[in-house]
Design a protein around this ligand. Structure first.
Ligand code: GLN
Length: 478
């Protein structure tokens, strides 16, 4: 039964009217976790604890003291710290590491009585777009088990897709919430940079990283954002702007919007024909409903992926310097002195993709190449930001596919990592610009694979984004 709920509101209504209990819900998710264990979505399930907390939340519901998320059973990506629980970032180097404090995101979920059912598999240190870079093995997409769920929050997306949790919290540096959401037929929201605290989230590229919800409805994404957003004093890049009541402000779209789509996206070589048709059909449907939908040019499309990778690898090389075999995490048993402790612990502890990025990041920051790569990429980032903001001054939103193709076969990236990097072409623009973006599951292709469309808007304009996403989701179904 748990598998059929689309919104937390529906769950809470059933709880209030006595049709189910939190205990029953937790058991249902646990049954699905057992049934779909082979999808490899979880690195650890907090079984005993979830059952225990369910009894507590049931009691609080009875006494009328329950928080806003009572009845929500949620999973978290395994790069989000939860005090007293292991957190690995799906890396050998952090295997068996236990969090000594909770991230702000986790604290806020728990304060409102959410139950965290487990930590989800992901790409190692969130580096990847297929969930194939995990030390704990790849995750399978429930829509077709030979295909990837996307990444890096692949386990999170599958946990929601397969009803192993009602929702999940992922992280998105360049698309890691949106692309797996698109591949798995669920909703994924990357908030404005600085909206959600990064405190207690394992850093990949700090000027890009944001946590956000993966859900079965836009309504739940709004509610979760409302709970987790807002300054906490622990993240200096956090915005102090007040957090709107996203869930309450959700309202039917009234008035006509101005939507841009990018000419270069339409013409891009790697765009799957059915993905393109899906975009075109939605553009036509929006026009038919009276909205203005126009092509604009975004001349930097070919530069977004290289710019993103130069900057994120540079930031990663610095962030990952802390895993040195001394402070915490894996230490090589073959180390004999300080240098071999560093060298061997890092060589044995990190996976291939992570090492590739640390080395490339170190290279672009090195004295002789800094200006040619890192400084140059910073300048290009600024141009991308300015152009994106200029488009968003003139238009309410930009509409693109979330990914150039539907979920691809597991194993493909072994051939060439560049192929996987290029998958990020539509998601990294919002990440470079720091603006919010959402992926909504609009239809399936002829093979039954989910296709997502992405909307992005001005910084801190999540209310309008969520409203329009709800409308877009219902547009061709109504
Ligand atoms: N696929 C992108 C990368 O590998 C995005 C990852 C992310 O958003 N964490 O960097």
């Amino acid at each position: 039964m748990v598998n059929t709920y689309t919104t937390l509101t529906a769950i809470q209504q059933d709880l209030r009217e006595g049709r189910t209990t939190v205990k029953e819900l937790v058991n249902g998710y646990l049954a699905n976790i057992a049934r779909y264990q082979h999808l490899n979505a979880f690195n650890e399930v907090f079984t005993e604890e979830a059952i225990q907390r369910a009894a507590d939340v049931d009691a609080r519901i009875s006494s009328g003291e329950a928080g806003r998320l009572a009845g929500l059973v949620i999973s978290i990506k395994d790069n989000i710290c939860y005090k007293g629980h292991q957190v690995t970032a799906s890396s050998h180097i952090l295997e068996n590491f236990t969090s000594v404090f909770s991230s702000t995101v986790v604290e806020r979920l728990l304060e409102q009585d959410a139950i965290i059912i487990g930590r989800c598999n992901c790409d190692e240190f969130a580096m990847g777009g297929a969930n194939e870079n995990s030390y704990f093995g790849p995750v399978k997409n429930m829509a077709d088990e030979t295909r990837a769920p996307g990444g890096s929050s692949g386990g999170s997306a599958v946990s929601v897709q397969a009803g192993m949790a009602h929702a999940s919290i992922g992280t998105d540096t360049g698309g890691s919430i949106r692309q797996p959401a698109s591949f798995c037929g669920v909703v994924g929201l990357k908030p404005t940079y600085g909206r959600v605290s990064r405190h207690g989230i394992i850093a990949y590229a700090s000027s890009f990283d944001q946590a956000g919800p993966i859900t079965r409805s836009v309504e739940d994404a709004a509610l979760l954002l409302e709970v987790i957003a807002g300054a906490d004093g622990y993240d200096s890049t956090q915005s102090r702007r007040p957090v709107p009541s996203y869930s309450i402000e959700l309202a039917p779209v009234t008035g006509k919007k101005k939507i841009a789509y990018l000419r270069e996206v339409m013409d891009s070589e790697g765009l799957d024909p059915q993905v393109k048709a899906c975009l075109v059909d939605h553009i036509e449907a929006l026009k038919a409903d009276g909205h203005t939908v126009e092509p604009v040019s975004f001349e930097y499309l070919d530069h977004v992926v290289p710019t993103y990778y130069i900057l994120t690898m540079a930031e990663a090389s610095s962030n990952l310097a802390r895993y040195d075999g001394v402070h915490y995490g894996y230490r090589s048993p073959n180390a004999t002195d300080l240098t071999t402790t560093y060298k061997r612990s890092r060589s044995e502890g990190f996976g291939t993709e992570v090492k590739r990025r640390i080395m490339l990041g170190t290279f672009v920051l090195s004295a002789g190449y800094y200006d040619a790569y890192y400084a140059k990429a910073q300048k290009v980032r600024r141009l991308i930001q300015q152009r994106t903001n200029a488009i968003l001054e003139e238009y309410d939103m930009i509409l693109t596919p979330t990914a150039p193709e539907p979920a691809f076969k597991i194993g493909r990236q072994d051939i060439d990592p560049i192929v996987t990097y290029l998958e990020d072409i539509f998601t990294v623009q919002a990440s470079l610009a720091g603006v919010p973006a959402i992926s909504v599951p609009v239809q399936n292709n002829s093979a039954g694979l989910p296709l997502g469309l992405q909307l992005c808007t001005k910084a801190f304009n999540e209310v309008e984004l969520l409203n329009f996403a709800t409308y877009l989701l219902g547009l061709r179904k109504s």
